[in-house]
Write a new protein. Structure first.
Length: 167
């Protein structure tokens, strides 16, 4: 269903404001603050999203798609190892700036967008493993589970993921 132009603008502003609030305050951001920032009424939020969790899921879905795109772009880079490391650092940086990425994934569980992210990370990871850059016993789930630690200790996490040097 196509929304009227004004309804689409309200939805876009609402999702943008919700993304900002959830990034700053995590899942505890209030609907009132989100509505205020979006310039809409409290009722407008709940007409579009019947629960706060529905709004969280919508915002998180967009962010998961952005991370999937980041992995897909990295997959296309020439050097598999550099691409993998850059992806981990970029996602770790995103986690540092956005509390929803950690708190929301725990709260919303598995979604099609998270599945798409796992698929994109799996492709990128497999390419780095095929190049002998990343350990063979690492999964995409492992990489995403380690990203929050990589936001604080990127070199330690990356060193742990890298394949041992042959020699």
């Amino acid at each position: 269903m196509t929304l009227r132009a004004d309804a689409q603008r309200n939805l876009d502003r609402l999702l943008e404001a919700a993304g900002e609030c959830f990034a700053e305050r995590g899942v505890d951001a209030s609907i009132d603050e989100i509505a205020r920032r979006a310039g809409v009424g409290h009722g407008t939020v709940f007409r579009r999203f019947p629960t706060k969790d529905a709004l969280l899921a919508a915002v998180l879905a967009g962010q998961m798609l952005q991370l999937s795109n980041t992995a897909d772009l990295a997959y296309g880079e020439a050097d598999a190892g550099e691409a993998f490391d850059r992806f981990v650092r970029n996602v770790a940086d995103a986690y540092t700036r956005n509390r929803l990425l950690i708190e929301g994934m725990k709260r919303c569980g598995v979604t099609p967008e998270i599945d798409a992210l796992l698929a994109s990370v799996s492709r990128l990871l497999q390419r780095a493993q095929d190049a002998g850059y990343v350990r063979a016993d690492v999964s995409a789930e492992d990489v995403l589970a380690l990203v929050p630690a990589a936001s604080t200790y990127p070199e330690i996490v990356l060193d742990g993921l890298h394949a041992p040097a042959s020699g």
